[in-house]
Unconditional design. Sequence first.
Length: 158
Amino acid sequence: MGMGRKPKHPDLRLVEGNREHRRIDANVPRPAPARPPCPKVLDPVAKRHWKYVVGQLEAMGILACSDQGTIAAAANAYSRWHRAEQQLKAIAKDPDQYTEVMKTKSGNWIQNPIVGIANAARDAMVRYESELGLSPTARTRLKVEKADIPGRRERLLG
């Protein structure tokens, strides 16, 4: 039995334009538009990515305190991806060495397990950041109100 599409939050349907013309329920929970605390469990690389993601969400005007878990998961996935990529570089004897595969003791070539870790972490990071509205595709679905930018005349007179 298929699960179908995930339902969209009414605010997201409003931002996207409610193309289906369905009734929008205004009685849904709305998270506090505040900066969530950074979890102490994140390592330094994840904390830097946390700050970056939070800054992007604040700049877009869509940061909510309830996004803490998704932001932490994205930051942790970024850190895991970063560590795996660094590990692949570290095991290369020279910069041109191909470290994505390795030879087993029996002489068979297999994918380096670190590549799988890097790929899984990258895919998770992309998924979490897309949930937060940070992917190019997610941004195309969002409409943001333009700030009133004063014209030249208003700037000179004002």
